[in-house]
Design a protein around this ligand. Structure first.
Ligand code: HEC
Ligand code: HEC
Length: 178
């Protein structure tokens, strides 16, 4: 049994290597608009991989990559991703006024409740800290325009009162959190 599990783990890690060409890791930066995966919670990853495969979250390359994989394959991939280190935060200079506006927004809209005080995520709620700024902005816009369907309606409700200017400030701030 031990050896079978070891082979499966090894093949998940080999598959993951082809994923990191787009998603990046400690050695490679993620491509524009492609999220870094390191340190995302296991449950969030498993649910999103399932949603890509089932075309509930439609992203061409992701659906193609996961076609034909079984639920256990998705779980093994998620388990391999969890071991990747958290992404390094955005080191571009921060705009103090935008950071202040974002800090008020995260308290008012409780981003730091569900996503954790340090934005590290938990269970089905993703990590936001150190995520790419362009991807964060795209994700917020996609929820708002319904281009992206969440597993539930949580983010649609949260973002309802927020504007695109708010999204830009939030992405600016969150990408710089460690
Ligand atoms: C050709 C580039 C490409 C490859 C290869 C690729 N992905 Fe993706 N992946 C994307 C893009 C683009 C998105 C996000 C799209 C969006 O929602 O805007 C994404 C999103 C994801 C997400 C969601 C992350 C989040 O924060 O919501 C996960 C998890 C993921 N990919 C895992 C994988 C795995 C595992 C593999 C390998 C089996 C893989 N990807 C291969 C381009 C790629
Ligand atoms: C009530 C809980 C809750 C609150 C409050 C909340 N979120 Fe979320 N957030 C979630 C959940 C759950 C998801 C995953 C939804 C899905 O399946 O796509 C998510 C997803 C996201 C994503 C997608 C990340 C990725 O990797 O694709 C971003 C960005 C995000 N939230 C930002 C925010 C911001 C900014 C705020 C505050 C304005 C906020 N969230 C408030 C629960 C919450």
């Amino acid at each position: 049994m031990a050896s079978i599990a070891a082979v499966a783990a090894e093949s998940a890690e080999a598959t993951l290597n082809s994923c990191l060409v787009c998603h990046g890791d400690a050695a490679r930066a993620a491509l524009p608009n492609v999220p870094a995966l390191g340190a995302q919670p296991f449950d969030y990853l498993t649910i999103q991989l399932y949603m890509f495969r089932e075309k509930m979250r439609t992203v061409e390359p992701m659906t193609a990559m996961l076609a034909g994989m079984k639920d256990d394959d998705l779980k093994r991939l998620a388990a391999a991703i969890v071991k990747l280190p958290a992404p390094a935060p955005n080191s571009e200079p921060a705009d103090a006024a935008r950071i202040e506006r974002a800090k008020a927004l995260v308290v008012q809209h409780r981003c730091n409740f569900c996503h954790n005080r340090d934005y590290s995520g938990q269970q089905n709620v993703p990590r936001l800290a150190g995520q790419r700024e362009d991807y964060l902005l795209k994700a917020l816009r996609d929820y708002k325009s319904n281009a992206r369907r969440g597993y539930d309606a949580t983010m649609d409700d949260v973002l309802y009162p927020l504007t695109d200017a708010d999204f830009q400030d939030l992405a600016h701030f969150l990408s710089r959190q460690r």
